[in-house]
Design a protein around this ligand. Structure first.
Ligand SMILES: [Zn+2]
Ligand SMILES: [Zn+2]
Length: 72
């Protein structure tokens, strides 16, 4: 497991929102990693995707075909 810590831990108290890529199960930290989601399936399927898999899916949700959007 690789953990990337950027400089100080000033934001540590907020805790990172962590998602797991639906395809490769990679741990994604919102705000640090590029994370894509399907706005329709995020609640139902936890439809979050890493950048590489989002590209592999041509930024289309594998469940409903909706365009994936980056998680801010
Ligand atoms: Zn992935
Ligand atoms: Zn979807």
């Amino acid at each position: 497991m690789s953990v990337r810590i950027k400089g100080s831990n000033a934001y540590g108290h907020l805790g990172w929102i962590t998602k797991y890529c639906r395809i490769c199960n990679r741990k994604l930290k919102v705000g640090i990693d590029v994370v894509y989601k399907c706005p329709k399936c995020e609640k139902v399927y936890n439809a979050y995707f890493c950048e590489a898999d989002a590209r592999g899916l041509h930024h289309k949700c594998p469940y409903c075909g909706t365009e994936l959007v980056p998680v801010a």
